[in-house]
Design a protein around this ligand. Sequence first.
Ligand code: CTP
Length: 409
Amino acid sequence: MGLPLDGKEIIVGITGGIAAYKSCELVRGLRENGASVSVVMTDAACRFVSPLTFSALSGREARAELFEPHGITHIDITARADAFIVAPATANIIGKAANGIADDLLSTMLMAAKCPVLFAPAMNCRMFDNPALQANLKILRDRGVLFVGPSVGPMACNEFGLGRMSEPADILRAAVSLFKEKTLSGVRVLVSAGPTFEDLDPVRFIGNRSTGRMGFAVAKEALSRGAEVTLICGPAALVPPPGVKAIAVRSAREMAKAALEAFSNADMAIMAAAVSDFAPAEYSASKIKKEGLQNYSLKLIKTPDILSAFGKDKKKGQVVVGFAAETDDAGPNALKKLKEKNADIIAANIIGENTGFGCLTNRLYIYDRKGLVMDTGLVSKDEAAGRLLDVAAGLLQLKEIKSKGRSAK
Ligand code: CTP
């Protein structure tokens, strides 16, 4: 079998951020996956990592100068490039690209590029928050530029927040997905993700440990396969993948309302959210005080079961996928949920140290009506999302969907 990037010509732009050192791994990974890589650096980038390092890793001279002793550096490689990745992408290069400024080799080449462009932003969290930066990101997104990250975490400047460059493996995955066959183009996929918070008073709520990672991974994977994705997410610290229609909700009731509205338009629904099964019967508009109380009982009422509602409402051709987060008896519980909720597929995951909530990996046992169809083994949540979509897509009536003549955005 060939490598995923065999024959691909990829330009990697490096700008001046501390994360430039991580791009060494990226260049290596791109080459290991079959790509030919040309590295272009800004002056600031050369202060972080030597061009020699990138020349050695890419096997081609890393360029930084627009003007050379004998003329202008050839930017003709942009005409042959299959993808242009900028990692790290500083606020400066994002601003230049958004506003058509071409004052060095990298920004000039970006202007000449006709291929898909993928930015991996990296900057201080307050810079990332800046309205000018956000407006520039929007301009680029609207023009079809793709983004991976940033992520939340500790920064080189000792602050903590959103602005860290994505890990090289994630950028590599995003690069590979640029070339993925768009097998789900024209398909509308509804995904739910994250926890729900059931408010008790203005201070407290009932929530759960879901981070939303699994659902976000499913949304990202469906998008990379060309689907039109609606992501309904409860309170999660993650940034929705650019390109999905994201609807933020808080409570199970809000999630149910948004999901039921979106379902009639969906070809497939994948419900990865950890929806609270119960919510406080009453909400106290002022803070509940402990004074005079020795114990306190809460009356909880059941929330709507969204997956069951989909199971009841589904029309011919609609595929409904649920999850089953279990501590014990994953198989029997998954099959029971599948039948009771009239789902087509249930992905059971065990809540453990490296599986289930709050971790980067998962192991899914995927069941359909006949029984276990796949055990993914312990894999990244992105990988697990891919396997689940492989199984779920097998149930779609793609011919009928495509004949309706819809096209993905
Ligand atoms: N689910 C839902 N609405 C709810 C509760 C759960 O749509 N009110 C969905 C979840 O998104 C998931 C599936 O149902 O796809 C199973 O959720 P899970 O929490 O594992 O099971 P429950 O049905 O809530 O049953 P239990 O908590 O008793 O295991």
